[in-house]
Design a protein around this ligand. Structure first.
Ligand code: HT7
Ligand code: ZN
Length: 876
């Protein structure tokens, strides 16, 4: 594949006015007839040909204004259709016929079949696998779609927009026509046909418009869609209240599909979901699954305004819809659940996925300037750092002025294919604020470091705080100019209250935010009667690495006192992270006790504080993961040592907190009715964290075995099973629980994914052989992305010990699977291959083995563009 560059953007030579499609579905074949109404753009050379995109297509018919085209007028290949001699200044129609075999489409892009259901996935470039088209997001048109199929195989026929007509045809066939009144790009096209169950509800928008909501599932599973429906209605209400955005069609449908490349897709009026993000019940889904469904349902719904009504001019602008929509779904979850706990989990996610991406060879700016394969840019950087950039705009402007900017954006760009510049210009125009230094964030790769120094003059009652921002030039080479970094802060007194900071001078300070726009700045606080504790980067107000060499005593005080609860967690977590990193660099005696008693007591203090929410207390107990420690080490990483350090820390916390953990575990609620609400989920998370520490400290599997046996829901069951399988592998207690779990749930692929994942993450070098065995299990399939991610993806991403086994067996096993997966589904193979990205930070033996594996893979013929792109950039 060739490199596509942002700077090469230009509009199409032809303007598309409308699309009419007829899709005829048969067993083993789909015939597509598309009628395009087109016009040469004003000023375009009358001789310029029309070039349409295709991907593995077969052309079966082509006509201009109803008359079949002569062979010499066009050139068709599976990848492209070029037509010459088209009218120079009048509208014309093209009729294009293609034929496909959805059953053979294992890439799951375009039109494919999942357990008999016909469905489509068009973002980013899947529509060109259905018909020849101007398949790019700045080509918007009105679509009318007619679907024909067998009445028994596909009683349900769905597409975008509003239903227009249905009728019965001869030979037990029927058809449905759907009309979408909103112009849209092809990536938002969708069609679903099959024998589906459904649930339906009515929603009335704020202005009184009735909307029919439907969720469609495989037969027998609609009873599991109730929570998704509830989340959808709450999302619709929230977008009206928070952003004044109402829904715009008569119907909103969601379809849950078993075979899906990503989480879900926001097709206009017809969202298609990975069924993992729709189907739930207490027996088969955990609290984490419930929160995931709520988030993804909200995210896709919010795209109706941020993505669909206003779309992207080109794929370089992907963050315009994705970063903004993630920001919106995070705000929704913060309002629906606990804002502090939501922020902690978003920041954990950012640090676990985006920071390593931004600090390794796959780094790229939130708005990239070039790509070979756009599918590889649906990244943590575009999504999660993209959301952080929107959040910084909100922090800089304040909630009300941010809303004014959003209102202007919706007003000014409704119906447009917009750019990041358009978006930022709306906030500037609505508020008069200069956001040029903020805008730089979109173009520079890498995580900036903010260094903070403190100097307290007791005699003068003055605290001088120094700030410095640095950005190292990385592999992306995208510049290191100083950016606007908003630092939310507070000065905390010994009683745990923020001190009034009215007497302040130096850098630009507004309210509780210091605006860092230069490489260095100084802020001076006067009239202080005693030295306060400085709490910076509250709520993680910027996606930076913080270098604040605060004393352990200050940190421990803030971990206990900071009125900003997010920072209480963040400062404690950083303290623990620093201790574990230091121990991982040190020789073995320190490994026995990597955390000081004071740090452990701070953890236990938060965990035992009944004035705090249970979910927050559970977060305080979650130590930084092994991958996180590896990222902080940055070089010469030995995953065995890191694992030993984290384990020693767990034992240390477990032993010192044994009494607390026993109490927390004993006090857990059992037997009562399951409720997925945030508070109940928090209590379960706290009890399960306690169970993990108890097992680590005592080596007794009894409490976990009891919890497994008594579990009334999947959350408690899976937590107990994880402790048994990870801490007591090969014991009868562990194997009998694993067998029981399989026997109970072997008919439910989504639960079997958990069964695979739990075994893929057994923290033992032998996990390589375990996953190798599981790959031949009857329930494993290379064709189902969820199954592949559960076994291969989870092993590579979440089993540091085994994936990085010193003999290279983990790398080899994953590489072999990548080759097999790549032949079927390049998007999935490319995504899993990113787990190799941090190879340079490993110690020399593993570094050589990992890079040799990557190089050998790259030498193979017939790799997909997707996988080749990831491998090539990982080695750069
Ligand atoms: N906008 C959606 C992205 C997506 C996707 C991209 C490439 C290949 C398959 C895909 N399925 C969904 C999802 C979202 O961010 O809402
Ligand atoms: Zn999205």
């Amino acid at each position: 594949g060739q490199t596509i560059k942002l700077e090469d953007y230009r509009a199409t030579d032809f303007v598309l006015h409308s699309v009419a499609m007829t899709i005829r579905l048969f067993e083993g074949r789909a015939d597509i007839h598309t009628t395009l109404e087109l016009e040469r753009r004003k000023g375009v050379d009358a001789a310029a040909p029309l070039v349409l995109d295709g991907d593995e297509l077969t052309l079966t018919g082509l006509a201009l204004n109803g008359t079949p085209l002569e062979g010499e007028r066009y050139d068709a290949s599976p990848q492209r259709l070029e037509i010459t001699g088209l009218p120079s200044d009048e509208r014309f129609t093209l009729d294009i016929e293609t034929t496909l075999v959805p059953e053979n489409n294992t890439k799951l892009m375009g039109l494919y079949r999942s357990n008999g259901i016909w469905c489509t996935q068009c973002e980013a470039e899947g529509f060109r696998r259905i018909t020849y088209f101007l398949d790019r997001p700045d080509v918007l048109a009105r679509y009318e779609v007619r679907i024909e199929a067998d009445r028994s195989a596909a009683p349900v026929l769905l597409s975008n927009g509003n239903p227009a007509e249905t009728a019965v045809l001869p030979d037990n066939r029927h058809f449905a026509v759907w009309d979408d009144p909103f112009d849209k790009p092809s990536y938002l096209f969708a069609m679903v046909a099959g024998d589906l169950d459904s649930i339906h509800e009515q929603f009335t928008t704020a202005s009184g418009k009735p909307v029919s909501l439907g969720i469609y599932t495989e037969r027998g599973r609609a009873t599991q869609a109730g929570y998704a429906m509830d989340a959808l209605k709450r999302s619709m209400v929230w977008d009206e209240r928070r952003f004044g955005r109402e829904y715009d069609l008569d119907v909103f449908n969601i379809v849950a599909i078993a075979d899906f490349n990503m989480g879900a897709m926001e097709n206009k009026g017809l969202n298609v979901f990975n069924h993992k993000y729709v189907l739930l019940d207490p027996e088969t889904a955990t609290d984490v699954d419930y929160a995931g469904v709520e988030t993804v349902i909200a995210h896709e719904y919010f795209h109706n305004w941020t993505g669909n009504r206003i779309t992207c001019r080109d794929w370089f602008q992907l963050c315009l819809k994705e970063g903004l929509t993630v920001y919106r779904d995070q705000e929704f979850s913060a309002d629906e659940r606990s804002a502090t706990v939501q922020r902690i989990s978003s920041v954990r996610r950012l640090k676990a996925h985006q920071f390593p991406e931004d600090q390794g060879p796959l780094q790229h700016p939130v708005r990239p300037t070039e790509y070979r394969e756009i599918n590889n840019f649906y990244t943590a950087t575009v999504y999660d750092k993209g959301a952080e950039l929107v959040r910084m705009i909100e922090t800089i402007l304040g909630r009300d002025r941010f809303r004014r900017g959003m209102d202007l954006y919706f007003d000014r760009h409704d119906g447009d294919a917009a750019t990041v510049e358009d978006f930022i210009a709306c906030f500037e125009a609505a508020t008069g604020e200069d956001l040029s230094r903020l805008a730089l964030w979109y173009g520079q790769a890498g995580t900036p470091t903010v260094t903070v120094t403190e100097d307290y003059d007791a005699a003068a009652g003055r605290l001088t705080v120094g700030f410095k921002q640095t950005l190292r030039q990385g592999t992306a080479g995208t510049g290191t100019a100083p950016v606007h970094i908003p630092i939310r802060f507070g000065l905390v007194g010994p009683n745990g209250q923020d001190i009034d900071t009215a007497s302040v001078h130096g850098a630009n300070v507004a309210g509780d935010v210091i605006h860092l726009t230069e490489p260095e700045a100084r802020v001076v606080f006067e009239n202080l009667s005693e030295r306060p504790y400085l709490s910076v980067l509250r709520d993680f107000s910027a996606p930076v690495a913080l270098d604040h060499p605060q004393s352990e005593a200050d940190r421990l005080a803030l971990a206990r006192l900071d009125p900003n609860l997010f920072n209480r967690w963040r400062i404690l977590n950083d303290l623990v992270g620093a201790a574990l990193t230091t121990a991982s660099r040190a020789p073995s005696p320190e490994i026995q006790a990597p955390l000081t008693p004071e740090i452990i007591d701070a953890i236990l203090g938060s965990a035992g504080d009944e004035s705090l929410e249970a979910a927050f207390r559970a977060q305080a107990l979650a130590l930084p993961g092994e991958a996180e420690i590896a990222r902080m080490l940055a070089e010469n990483v030995d995953p065995d040592t890191v694992h030993a350090v984290v384990e020693a820390a767990r034992r240390g916390v477990g032993k010192r907190g044994a009494a607390l953990f026993a109490r927390l575990h004993a006090d857990r609620e059992t037997g009562s009715q399951f409720s997925p609400d945030a508070e109940s989920a928090g209590s379960r998370a706290l009890a399960s964290a306690a169970l993990g520490y108890l097992a680590a400290a005592t080596g007794d599997f009894g409490p976990a075995a009891d919890q497994y046996a008594a579990a009334g829901n999947m959350t408690d069951r899976l937590a107990a099973l994880t402790v048994l399988v990870h801490r007591f592998p090969d014991t009868p207690a562990s194997t009998s629980a694993l067998d029981d779990f399989y026997a109970r749930f072997k008919h439910d692929g989504l639960v079997i994914d958990k069964w695979f994942a739990i075994q893929a993450t057994i923290p033992s070098p032998g996990a390589v052989e375990i996953v190798a065995g599981l790959a031949s299990h009857a329930m494993f399939s290379l064709k189902n992305p969820n199954r592949v991610r559960a076994l291969v993806g989870t092993f590579a991403a979440a089993n540091q010990l085994a994936f990085h086994r010193a003999d290279g067996a983990g790398y080899r096993w994953v590489a072999e699977r990548l080759v097999e997966i790549d032949r079927l589904n390049p998007q999935v193979s490319a995504r899993i291959a990113t787990t190799f990205r941090s190879w340079r930070s490993l110690e020399p033996v593993r570094r050589d083995k990992a890079s040799a594996t990557l190089r050998q893979l790259l030498e193979l013929k017939d790799l997909s563009t997707d996988l080749r792109d990831i491998l090539g950039r990982s080695l750069r």
